[in-house]
Design a protein around this ligand. Structure first.
Ligand code: ATP
Length: 232
């Protein structure tokens, strides 16, 4: 199977200080790819390079085999949630979505309703966004990111600031999205949060890759290690 996203030997240097070094990632269609590392590990920097928001210092990023910088409309291929979403608090969820659809010079009511359904906001679609919980705002921002029908969704620490119920909702929502065929890259600094949803995992520390593997392989080696260490 051809990977949807391939990151090869990706590096970033700021004024002589390397903050991401020779990072490799392979994301296949349908993956929920967990990108894990403590604060300051280099996750946001990597994601920003993937999205083309900052320049890379070295390496290569391929999307469906094509160089990222040669994609005609990267934001139609990759939807993202990277910062506090810029929503309009005095408009309803549906009005926000309609506005962003208009900005893309599209008018597709059916797609809008489909997205509201997908992000579980159908019931709350006519409430003003200022009455939404943070989790609901995140999901509305994700619906906006999904408007152009991207093939990859990139989420930088989407559970930051959410309470345990919000985290559980987000997890269930990501599984549902993946079940509908979406490929997802999600960063976090919490292993137990990621291991409950991810199919593949990349761990980064101090800008360097610690490992990259399918989750099952990782859990198996962890189990093997426990068996070995448990032996007398
Ligand atoms: P967090 O979860 O805290 O956002 P992170 O894993 O996303 O952490 P980054 O934000 O990518 O980490 O930061 C990695 C390192 O790069 C940090 O040491 C940070 O100080 C440094 N860094 C990030 N942006 C810049 C910049 N514009 N100039 C200089 N150094 C930077």
């Amino acid at each position: 199977m051809q990977p949807l996203l391939e990151v090869k030997q990706l590096s970033k240097t700021y004024g002589g200080r390397t903050v991401v070094q020779d990072l490799d990632m392979t994301i296949y269609p349908g993956d929920i790819y967990g990108f894990l590392g403590p604060n300051g590990a280099g996750k946001t920097t990597t994601i920003r390079m993937i999205l083309g928001l900052i320049q890379k210092s070295g390496g290569e990023i391929l999307f469906a085999g094509q160089k990222m910088e040669e994609l005609r409309d990267p934001f139609a291929e990759i939807g993202c949630l990277v910062e506090a979403p810029g929503l309009y608090p005095n408009l309803t969820g549906r009005q926000n979505l309609a506005l962003f659809q208009k900005l893309r010079k599209k008018q597709d009511k059916a797609r809008m309703e489909e997205l509201l359904e997908m992000v579980d906001l159908k019931q709350a679609a006519d409430q003003k966004v200022k009455a939404y919980s943070l989790g609901m705002k995140q999901r509305l921002a994700i619906a906006i990111a999904l408007l152009p029908n991207p093939r990859l969704l990139v989420l930088d620490e989407p559970t930051n600031g959410l309470d345990p119920a919000g985290i559980r909702e987000m997890r269930a929502f990501l599984k549902k999205l993946a079940g509908q065929g979406m490929t997802i890259l999600i960063s976090s600094h919490l292993l137990d949060e990621i291991e409950k949803v991810a199919t593949r995992l990349c761990i980064i520390h101090g800008g360097k890759q610690v490992l990259e593997a399918p989750l099952e392989q990782l859990l198996q080696s962890h189990r093997d290690l426990e068996i070995v260490t448990a032996q007398p």
